[in-house]
Design a protein around this ligand. Structure first.
Ligand code: PRP
Length: 214
């Protein structure tokens, strides 16, 4: 039997996904060892293999077909824009992509002014301001702690993930506009879905059943 390969986003998302897979009998003992630095795990009995990669690389592994299935946040899918089939919303990792800033920046979003927008998600930010708002902006790519940018004057607003809202609150910022809802998604390689449709559809059905009864 051919191995069915999963690419998982390292961290909390992978942990949640493995818990869910365990409920449908797909397990891999070694992967739960907190000390391990390994990046590939397999269960020979079940014919499954797992890659653990950076979240933003999951869509790449799946598009190129080295992984059949990926689990990753919708934020990453929108940002990376890869050719994949998005087949299932797992319902965890729920949060929102928003334009945020100090309350005083709200009016800058209504006047078609040229403003600076800092984000870890330059493509999402660019598309939102261009397609939805038709506002010309300068995008500044950052790699984390994006909330710092409007506080220190690097940008007027940010485009970032808001989960509980406490990072914004503690830094005197607020949600100015909502771009979209986010959560963990299952994606499948386009060729794999045809070649392995029986196995993949069975797996998706089992996952759906578990999610519905949860
Ligand atoms: C994310 C996001 C926000 C924060 C939102 O950052 O970029 O900063 O979480 O969560 P909250 O609304 O519950 O406060 P993350 O912790 O991933 O780190 P980063 O700043 O390095 O991106």
């Amino acid at each position: 039997m051919r191995y069915l390969t999963f690419a998982l986003a390292k961290g909390r998302l992978a942990k949640e996904t493995l818990k869910l897979l365990e409920k449908i009998g797909i397990t891999c003992e070694e992967i739960n060892d907190p000390k391990t630095r390994k990046l590939i795990f397999q269960n020979d009995e079940l014919g499954v293999r797992f890659f653990l990669s950076k979240p933003s690389d999951v869509p790449t592994y799946v598009e190129y077909g080295v992984a059949d299935i990926g689990v990753v946040g919708r934020d990453t899918l929108l940002e990376e824009g890869r050719n994949l089939y998005e087949v299932l919303d797992l319902g965890f990792g729920k949060c929102r992509m928003c334009v945020c800033g100090p309350e005083s920046a709200r009016e800058l979003l209504t006047k078609n002014e040229i403003i600076r927008v800092a984000s870890k998600y330059p493509n999402i930010a660019k598309n939102y301001f261009k397609e939805k708002k038709n506002q010309t902006v300068e995008i500044i790519k950052l790699n984390g702690s994006v909330e710092l940018a409007p506080i220190v004057g690097l940008s007027e607003v940010i485009v970032d993930i808001v989960e509980t809202g406490s990072t914004l609150k503690e830094n005197g910022l607020t949600v100015l506009e909502e771009i979209t809802d986010l959560s963990a998604r299952v994606v499948v390689n386009q060729v794999s879905l045809r070649m392995e449709h029986e196995r993949i559809n069975k797996l998706l059905k089992e996952l759906k059943d578990v999610l519905e009864t949860a």
